[in-house]
Design a protein around this ligand. Sequence first.
Ligand SMILES: Cc1cc2nc3c(=O)[nH]c(=O)nc-3n(C[C@H](O)[C@H](O)[C@H](O)COP(=O)(O)O)c2cc1C
Length: 187
Amino acid sequence: MKILGISGSPVENGNNEILINKVLHIAENRNFETDKLLLSSCNISPCNACDACRDNDTCPIEDDMDGVYAKLKQADAIIVSSPVYFGGMTGQLKCLFDRSVLLRRQGFALNNKLGAAIAVGGSRNGGQEKTIQTIHDCMHVHGMIVIGDGGHFGGTSQKPVVEDDVGMKTVEDTINKMCDVLQMLKQ
Ligand SMILES: Cc1cc2nc3c(=O)[nH]c(=O)nc-3n(C[C@H](O)[C@H](O)[C@H](O)COP(=O)(O)O)c2cc1C
């Protein structure tokens, strides 16, 4: 079974990418296949509500979304990490979720995939839980099965993430919960 990790940060080698590398490493050690998507190296334009996806099942915007659709469809579980920007997810990540409406119109292609979220803030209480909530909301709109860290809502971290031991534990708990649930589903 395959776990896709998505970093919603525009910053290459930044805190969110460190966490995505970390969770995928844990998943690989638990014998899951992994895949990675870094929005720091993707060009994703906003949805402009042209409705071509409703009418023809396609999106006419020419950018990196074709590859993103394929990765989303191939995954059994998707863990998304976002920086907190003004108390919510990044614009780059919101563009990805808005454009993913195409998959909803293709018979709910993400239905019943597992989903989990991580948020990184510059402040300790800068909106991590609110950011996680908005990512969960997008996952619910796709009919995904949303999981947390086993006690609360997901991974909540403060930058620099490598110095935030408490936050790192919530991130580890989140990917381990995802692996546990995938294993249960496999049985
Ligand atoms: C435009 C902007 C808005 C931000 N807003 C918040 C915020 O509301 N709360 C917060 O804790 N940090 C905020 N930050 C800090 C980022 O969350 C932080 O730098 C980021 O998570 C670091 O991750 P990265 O290295 O992967 O980009 C903001 C940063 C930027 C650039």
